[in-house]
Design a protein around this ligand. Structure first.
Ligand SMILES: *Cc1c(COP(=O)(O)O)cnc(C)c1O
Length: 218
């Protein structure tokens, strides 16, 4: 199957109100352009330098999403153009993103990443940390960021019930804070292996790489 066919098949599967981030990390410009020619405009990367390079060389109507762990000292490289940062997991990082928003005279869209998996290696906030962050006075003063919602990754396992339980938990937190923060409307959950479960549990945005572009080498 070609990238185009893979993409069209997935788009056909997605409900109207679920958006697709085509995860293009490690993939070439040519591979990205194949998805672009088929109509895809949202691409996700997990390394800032790689995303900056692709942004500078590919069509300007692409929306670039940062989905990987972000180091504060690198936010400045993407402040001008990034359209959504999925992986914000601290107030310190949010303050740096706000600073880069001010510098670039724009509001930078963010999601707060939640830790829902069993693996300790995955990043993210727990529910208590999330509530503490959004209730803080400092958070309320950040005018150059817009928090649009939450992101999370389920445990890497074949146990579908566990994956479903983790997504359902994230979804319940999302619904709780949706009532308190205006403008919250994105729940980013689901990858190639688990996006169907994620959609059943309320995802509004899926991040799919290998099912579109094939397996990654690196
Ligand atoms: C790589 C990656 C994906 C896509 O994974 P696939 O299994 O290839 O679909 C989604 N989200 C994040 C955060 C990733 O790093």
């Amino acid at each position: 199957m070609s990238i185009k066919n893979n993409l069209l098949k997935i788009l056909d599967d997605l409900p109207q109100d679920v958006s697709l981030v085509a995860v293009s990390k490690t993939k070439t410009k040519e591979e990205i352009m194949e998805a672009y020619e088929a109509g895809q405009r949202i691409f996700g990367e997990n390394k800032i330098q790689e995303m900056v390079l692709k942004w500078s060389e590919l069509p300007k109507d692409i929306e670039w999403h940062m989905i990987g762990h972000v180091q504060r000292n690198k936010v400045k490289y993407m402040g001008e153009f990034v359209s959504l940062i999925h992986s914000v997991d601290s107030l310190k990082l949010l303050k740096e993103i706000n600073k880069q928003g001010i510098k670039n005279n724009r509001k930078i869209n963010c999601l707060l990443q939640m830790h829902i998996a069993e693996e300790q290696t995955k990043f993210g906030l727990d529910e208590g940390e999330l509530l503490e962050l959004i209730d803080s006075a400092e958070f309320g003063n950040l005018k150059n960021i817009t928090v649009q919602g939450l992101m999370g990754m389920a445990t890497f396992t074949d146990d579908e019930e566990q994956i479903r339980k983790e997504f359902a938990y994230l979804s319940s937190i999302y619904l709780k804070i949706k009532n308190n923060i205006p403008g919250i409307n994105v729940l980013s959950m689901g990858m190639s292996g688990d996006y169907k479960i994620a959609i059943q549990e309320g995802s509004t945005m899926v991040r799919i790489g290998s099912s579109i572009f094939g397996v990654r080498n690196k």
